[in-house]
Design a protein around this ligand. Structure first.
Ligand code: NAD
Length: 247
């Protein structure tokens, strides 16, 4: 029996990167998984790669009406949720002095408003004792250059997890944060403007473990937080960063 057997999960932003790897891990661990993404083609591709126990629903997490439609689809198909991984997020470097209102709004709308309303709109479906995991980042606790807006969105998620833990304690819903370091995904390739060995070289020597991380390494940590093995863990932040933000 897998660690997530009979559990129903929603992963936002599940067509690529960390969200996709987590969907693969959850299904391998026995869960039924709903993934969302904005583009039908990428979503269909992800669903067909995973192949079973998965449904894709198109939607933009920054649009509350899309989240209503996503929750209605889940309610119709499975009636409830046991796990929510609020993963969808965007990142771009913005130099202080050149930050635009549009980019500020885009980051906060997707990363912060999107995560908040993903949680709030999932609440009627989440069973008592469910597990919510918010995807933050090492940058929520670091001051890396040209990264203030994105970093502030991720710090907001860390704060949400603390308050949600208190808000949801009567229902025994656990709320935790996973904070990845540099992980080889399309998102990081876009941010860094590099891929392959060049991407590795940009990050590897700042990490105690001497390499960039793999999406599967985040997926395993998220699956742990989602599972009953983490039954006494709530309000916590789990760094999966090769030691980057720990030393
Ligand atoms: P990615 O770009 O490969 O994946 C992001 C996913 O979010 C995609 O599926 C994308 O379609 C989806 N998405 C983006 N905006 C959306 C929206 N408005 N509505 C619905 N879906 C949307 O990036 P990734 O690296 O896998 O990032 C996943 C999460 O991990 C993000 O929250 C990111 O901030 C966080 N993170 C990534 C790293 C890293 O190094 N890769 C490090 C720390 C944190």
């Amino acid at each position: 029996m897998g660690a997530l057997t009979d559990k129903v999960a929603l992963i936002t932003g599940g067509s690529t990167g960390i969200g996709f790897a987590t969907a693969q891990q959850f299904v391998a661990d026995g869960a039924y998984v709903f993934i969302t993404a904005r583009r039908q083609k990428e979503l269909d591709q992800a669903v067909s790669t995973i192949g079973k126990n998965i449904t894709g629903i198109v939607g933009d997490v920054s649009k509350p009406a899309d989240l209503d439609r996503i929750m209605a689809t889940i309610e119709k198909q499975k009636k409830h949720l046991d796990i929510l991984f609020a993963n969808a997020g965007v990142a771009t470097y913005q130099r202080l002095g050149e930050i635009t209102e549009e980019e500020f709004d885009r980051h906060f709308n997707i990363n912060v408003k999107g995560a908040l309303f993903s949680v709030q709109k999932a609440l009627p479906l989440l069973r008592d004792g469910a597990s919510i995991i918010l995807c933050s980042s090492v940058v929520g606790s670091k001051g890396l250059g040209n990264n203030s807006v994105y970093s502030a969105t991720k710090a907001a998620l860390r704060s949400f997890a603390r308050t949600f833990t208190t808000d949801l304690k009567e229902r025994k819903i656990r709320v935790n944060v996973v904070s990845p370091g540099a992980i080889k995904t399309p998102g990081l390739e876009n941010l860094a403007g590099a891929s392959g060995d060049k991407l590795e070289a940009l990050f590897a020597n700042t990490v105690p473990l001497g390499r960039i991380g793999r999406p599967e390494e985040i997926a395993k940590a998220v699956s742990f937080l989602a599972s009953d093995a983490a039954s006494y863990i709530t309000g916590a932040e789990l760094f999966v960063d090769g030691g980057f933000a720990q030393v």
